[in-house]
Write a protein that binds this ligand. Structure first.
Ligand SMILES: Nc1ncnc2c1ncn2[C@@H]1O[C@H](COP(=O)(O)OP(=O)(O)O)[C@@H](O)[C@H]1O
Ligand SMILES: [Mg+2]
Length: 252
């Protein structure tokens, strides 16, 4: 099982959107997908609910009771995000290690695990980074703040130095891009000058079809409208870029 976490303490950047698309992509390949929603808002849960097997709540991974047993069959098994998850942030720091332990027995029973995280810097984000093989940071060029990006990179480095030395940071994925916007182009140029090595060579453009699709519990390539075609191609390209980076790591 390969575990991917979508992490950025900023909200609205596309963590849930890209995580859900990655899950549906693996589902469409007939793989066994474990999806963990650590966000109390449960946006990914809402999108995936109708197509997934719901076996437990993500909060169960933090408790001391054993997890209800998860069936490992092709398709998406969802550990739901519920609002009680927000209370995890008030627990002692050592709960960070619990989810990794809780899913340890499933590493041979799923092909891929995808973790969606809340838009907050805290124990759930650290727990998710600690249990993952690969981290991806979707980001948005609008309202771009170098401060926020510096913070997530620092956090990932901190986890690599301490809690999870095997964590690979695949990089930052530009989302909601508008190439006609001068401020987007400027922000991208500035980001490239600071963080070139971290920027994934793919762009997900801001397109209504993406929002429409996830609102309907679908991936954008499952929408029938012709306006979804470009969005679908861009989303698939972004997911392929992620796969390619993973393959390069495996070969190295
Ligand atoms: N490329 C895109 N084009 C248009 N809308 C998008 C795009 N990416 C995300 N969205 C929309 O933006 C909102 C925030 O995205 P979301 O994935 O929920 O962000 P996060 O999980 O980081 O908070 C959602 O309504 C989503 O449908
Ligand atoms: Mg989200």
């Amino acid at each position: 099982m390969r575990t991917y976490v979508f992490a950025n303490q900023k909200g609205g950047v596309g963590k849930s959107t890209v995580a859900v698309h990655k899950a549906i992509y693996h589902e469409s390949l007939g793989q066994r997908v474990l999806f963990i929603d650590f966000d109390g808002q449960g946006n990914s849960t809402t999108t995936l609910r109708a197509r997934a097997r719901i076996s437990a709540n993500a909060i169960d991974l933090f408790g001391s009771d054993p997890l209800p047993s998860l069936e490992s069959a092709p398709g998406i098994t969802l550990l739901q995000g519920t609002k009680e998850l927000n209370e995890i942030e008030r627990l002692p720091n050592n709960v960070i290690l619990n989810p990794k332990e809780a899913i340890a027995k499933y590493v041979d029973r799923f092909d891929v695990c995808i973790i969606d995280t809340p838009p907050t810097m805290g124990l759930r984000l650290l727990a998710a980074l600690t249990m993952s093989d690969f981290a991806i940071t979707p980001f948005e060029l609008a309202g771009y703040s170098i401060q926020g990006i510096a913070q997530i990179i620092e956090t990932i480095k901190g986890v690599q130095g301490n809690l999870n030395p095997d964590l690979v940071f695949l990089g930052m994925l530009p989302n909601k891009v508008n190439s006609r916007s001068g401020s987007h182009r400027e922000a991208m140029a500035q980001l490239l000058s600071h963080y070139k090595q971290y920027i994934i060579r793919a762009r997900i453009v801001n397109r209504v079809a993406i929002q429409d699709a996830t609102d309907q519990g679908l991936a954008v390539w499952e929408l029938k409208s012709s306006s979804a075609r470009e969005a679908a191609a861009e989303m698939k390209q972004a997911l392929e870029s992620i796969d390619k980076l993973v393959a390069e790591r495996a070969a190295a």
